[in-house]
Design a protein around this ligand. Structure first.
Ligand SMILES: Nc1ncnc2c1ncn2[C@@H]1O[C@H](COP(=O)(O)OP(=O)(O)OP(=O)(O)O)[C@@H](O)[C@H]1O
Length: 962
């Protein structure tokens, strides 16, 4: 059985040709090599080198073997001879797996077949050390570019006899057996052979023809040019590839004759071409064609070497950059450590936490200190990369960052506090009074205890903003969080530490944020608290707000009790009824009802206008909004209880004014520069408040330096400013002399906003009057209602659908709630009873099908307070008598006609005044509420307090008996 293992690559050998004549080709290549007498090559991981021998022939020695077995290698090396063809017509066939053997090159192979090895030994001993080396064909359908695995290689060694014969390429090389070390045989290629027939099967011997290159003309230009191109390409490759340089230097050092066919073989042999391409070169006997084939291969090699170079460069750059950074980092660390600037991560972290807690140690409760110390000790024991480490680190971070025992110095100066509160808000006397009481108590006790104040009222009445002012007045830090829609208890009480991404609750975040343990916390929209999908947020708030419990508030994340008793909680709500009862029970509700026109005028003038003007960068003297304009704005555009909408409108006006001022400035600048293209220089100054001044500097000298007012021009460009012509803006022209130069200054003096041009700034009034009847007709009565947006007037309308005996019924529409529907039924009964009593013959209610409607139909309404209004409306229809003009009423009516108290007296009074109602009827029980109202709210109202419906009857229908 034939067993061969071939080495991976062919190596240039050092055969000295018989006819030695230095060719020009060789000189070119030799110029590239160094003056090395002994060079090593490193191909396929093994070193081979060549050395001159004294007798003019060369020896090829495997360096690896040489080191181990020098004496043996010398003994077995033989002097190459130049075999005559007739002596080798039959040769042993050696299959080559990876590449063919080129003449002039050597190749080590491994022979695993003992029989073949013996035959080779024997032929060496016979002084006929030659065999035929033939490349093995691939399996049919195998891809030559795919490297075969070891398994398939093994199956190749099993080939023998005919099978092996059929797999050999026909053309091969006569190979001299240079040396045999164990199973390693070194072959040196000589001339080309072609197999003609098989002689013996084991070991395989074949008959061969010795091939000669076709004759060629040495001076043929094309051959010359091709070979020069091969050489030039080789030179280029050599410049970039040190591997190739070694090949060439070795080769050129030892080979004198560098003929064209030898050049072609050389190029192909050292290229990285695959075995079939090399075999093609080997089989080609036409020298020109062989050169062309080689040229293709070396050109390709050139491209590969370019790519190799760029890859090597990129990788080298990357590696060197990374290494540099790594080295620098390591050096930095070492330096820092040496200087004591940085210890390892854990120690640094522990140090940081200790440093943080140290100043607080005195004031910090002992149980907290104990937890911190335990956690710090634990941190030291944990592996820095473990998840528990990061949990502990985050925990310590929170624990040490909280303001344990840190309080801001409270202000107990009542006058100062009052000034601050008045500075920020107009009115709101109840709230301000409550805060001043709180301060007074704090002053007398020496400490202030946290309390819960709930500010309730319609949107935009200043609940949130007064919260901020209170904090300022008390000299406490302010923190606001909204609980509107909050459904997760963890938001308040935090997550348990063990969860990934666990966070403490809002209160702990607040303390960390403000850095003091006695801030003012504003809990906004408490009436809109969510239902809760994980626990009940209302109960969690209870623990937070209850003065009994919050001294030991337990956050799930921190897991240590925190004292929140010094925190002042202020809650805001639109509808107090929506606040869960247990929560409401712990609060002190201060209602803010909304503002009447007077109050709004003050707020607009003294607060909103001022802040908006500053925010828009406009100077006070640049604008004037008249009282009439402001009044029109409030009455026609912003009639709701709060002032947020009013604020928006004022902002709108000031934004428009700002635009107008800027445009005017640009316009003046453009006109002036057009007027004076001559030696004058215009300059537009725009100061930080947006006043535009255009200066014109004349080169003429004018005596005196007093500013001289030249004149005022009223100048409005409708298109430029986008405003109507009745807007008045004055442009003032002032001339003054500075440094002998006359400077002309034009200033836009003032933008005037009056009732007449208000629509230019804020558009047409969007508010439709609540009052839809000037004089209410029969069956229609005005009632008063309370909504979350403040008070409002509403009408109760009744009409008759059909009449007929026993047809008495009542239809209700207007999105009425259950209570209101019941209230309507009661009103129907009461009205019927009253009519029956007053006009026993009148069977109106018994025989009429009635329809009661409460506009507007799209607004849901509920509550019992319209009871008396409904009764009056039904009676008006029954008696065909309209009620008195400008009358409004509110009050719950019982079946016996008693009038029960209602809520929202202030809102309802304000709404009545807004609708220009003159007479109001309130339940007697609400007299106290009304009396407490500010005089400006009560002003101009004729109020009647009643406790029985009949009193209303007489007031409404003006019966003499009243
Ligand atoms: N009495 C007042 N004096 C001066 N400014 C006021 C007054 N009342 C309200 N404002 C201003 O009105 C604006 C709206 O107030 P804020 O946001 O506090 O209303 P709110 O009652 O909290 O409304 P919501 O219920 O919608 O939260 C603020 O800019 C505030 O300064």
């Amino acid at each position: 059985m034939l067993k061969l293992i071939a080495s991976s690559r062919i190596h240039p050998t050092v055969l000295r040709p018989a006819h030695d004549s230095a060719s020009p080709l060789l000189r070119v290549l030799a110029s590239l090599g160094g003056g090395l007498s002994r060079r090593s090559t490193n191909v396929g991981g093994r070193h081979f080198f060549c050395s001159d021998s004294s007798d003019g022939s060369d020896q090829v020695v495997d360096a690896g073997v040489k080191a181990a077995d020098d004496s043996q290698s010398k003994a077995s090396a033989i002097v190459p001879t130049y075999p005559r063809p007739e002596d080798y017509l039959t040769v042993l066939a050696l299959p080559l797996i990876h590449r063919p053997l080129f003449p002039g090159f050597y190749m080590p192979i491994y022979v695993k077949d003992a029989k073949l090895l013996a035959a080779l030994q024997e032929s060496r001993e016979r002084q006929a050390p030659y065999a035929g080396a033939f490349l093995l064909k691939d399996e049919p359908e195998a891809d030559p570019s795919v490297v075969s695995s070891t398994d398939t290689e093994k199956s190749v060694y099993d080939l023998k006899g005919k099978e092996l014969f059929n797999r050999l390429h026909e053309v091969g090389t006569l190979a001299q057996i240079s040396s045999i070390h164990g199973d390693q045989v070194i072959l040196i290629g000589h001339r080309r052979l072609r197999i003609t027939e098989m002689v013996t099967e084991d070991p395989l011997t074949v008959k061969v023809d010795h091939l000669k290159d076709k004759a060629y003309n040495k001076d043929d230009d094309i051959i010359k040019a091709t070979s020069f191109e091969v050489i030039s390409t080789l030179r280029d490759v050599l410049k970039t590839s040190s591997l190739w340089r070694d090949h060439v230097q070795t080769y050129t050092k030892h080979i004198g004759d560098f003929t064209y066919p030898r050049l072609a073989d050389f190029g192909a042999a050292i290229s990285g071409a695959n075995k079939l391409q090399c075999q093609q070169v080997l089989e080609e006997l036409d020298v020109y064609k062989r050169l062309k084939l080689t040229l293709e291969l070396v050109k390709k090699e050139m491209e590969i070497s370019k790519i190799q170079e760029s890859i090597a460069k990129a990788i080298e750059e990357k590696i060197s950059g990374e290494q540099r950074r790594y080295l620098l980092n390591e050096q930095l660390k070492a330096i820092k450590k040496e200087l004591g600037l940085e210890t390892d991560d854990k120690t640094a972290l522990t140090g940081k936490f200790r440093e943080r807690i140290e100043p607080k140690r005195e004031k910090c409760p002992p149980h907290i200190l104990q937890v911190i110390d335990e956690e710090l000790a634990k941190l030291q024991l944990l592996e820095a990369s473990s998840s528990e480490f990061s949990v502990t680190r985050n925990y310590l971070d929170w624990l040490t960052a909280l303001p344990w025992g840190e309080y801001s110095d409270e202000n107990f100066d009542v006058t100062r506090a009052q000034n601050i509160l008045d500075e920020d808000h107009y009115g709101l006397t109840d709230v301000k009074e409550r805060i001043l009481e709180f301060i007074a108590v704090g002053k007398l006790r020496g400490i202030s205890q946290g309390k819960i104040i709930c500010l309730s009222g319609p949107p935009g009445v200043g609940k949130t903003s007064i919260g901020r002012s209170i904090a300022r007045a008390l000299n406490r830090k302010f923190f606001r969080f909204s609980v509107g829609g909050l459904a997760d208890v963890a938001e308040i009480k935090g997550h348990r530490r063990t969860y990934i991404g666990a966070m403490p609750g809002k209160m702990v975040q607040c303390l960390k944020n403000v850095g003091t343990a006695n801030p003012l916390v504003l809990i906004d929209e408490i009436d809109k608290l969510g239902r809760g999908h994980a626990g009940d947020p209302a109960s969690a708030l209870l623990e937070l707000l209850d003065p009994e419990q919050n001294a030991n508030f337990l956050d799930h994340y921190l897991d240590v009790p925190i004292d929140l008793s010094k925190v002042l909680f202020v809650c805001t709500a639109n509808v107090v009824e929506m606040i869960p009862n247990p929560l409401l029970d712990r609060m002190e509700v201060v209602a803010i009802a909304g503002y009447i026109t007077d109050e709004k005028m003050h707020i607009a003038r003294d607060y909103l206008e001022k802040t908006t003007r500053e925010a828009c960068g406009i100077k006070p003297e640049q604008v004037e909004v008249t009282d009439a304009a402001l009044l029109a704005l409030i009455e026609n555009y912003c009639r709701e209880a709060g002032v947020r909408n009013l604020q928006k409108h004022i902002e709108k006006i000031y934004r428009k004014i700002a635009l107008q001022l800027v445009r005017q400035g640009e316009m003046i600048e453009a006109t002036d520069s057009a007027q004076s293209m001559e030696p004058t220089k215009d300059k537009v100054d725009s100061d930080e408040l947006g006043q535009n001044t255009v200066r014109k500097e004349n080169s003429e000298l004018v005596e005196g330096s007093n500013p001289e007012k030249v004149g005022k021009t009223c100048d409005v460009d409708k298109e430029q400013t986008n405003l109507s012509s009745d807007q008045s803006q004055c442009i003032e022209v002032v001339k003054e002399s500075v440094d002998g130069k006359e400077i002309e200054t034009k200033t836009i003096e003032k933008v005037l906003v009056d009732k007449s041009n208000l629509a230019d700034f804020v558009g047409k009034p969007v508010f439709h009057a609540e009052r839809i009847y000037d004089q209410t007709p029969v069956g229609v009565v005005m009632g008063l209602a309370w909504t979350a947006m403040g008070g409002s007037t509403l009408y109760i309308e009744t009409t008759i659908i059909e009449e007929g005996e026993g047809k008495g019924a009542l239809n209700l529409t207007g999105q009425l709630g259950d209570v209101m529907k019941e209230s309507a039924q009661i009103a129907h009964t009461v009205a019927r009873a009253i009519l029956m009593e007053r006009e026993p013959k009148n069977l109106f209610f018994a025989n009429s099908k009635l329809h009661l409607h409460v506009p507007a139909g799209a607004t849901p309404k509920d509550g019992p307070s319209a009871g008396c209004t409904m009764t009056t409306s039904l009676l008006s229809l029954a008696m065909k008598k309209p009620v008195k003009k400008d009358l409004a009423m509110t009050g719950e009516v019982t079946l016996t006609g008693k009038i029960l108290p209602i809520g929202g007296v202030k809102e309802k009074s304000i709404a009545a005044r807004r609708s220009e109602v003159k007479t109001i009827i309130f339940p007697s029980a609400n007299r106290r509420d009304f009396d407490e109202l500010a005089p400006n709210v009560k002003e101009g109202l004729d109020v009647h307090f009643v406790d029985d419906y009949m009193q209303i009857f007489y007031l409404a229908f003006g019966d003499e008996q009243s």
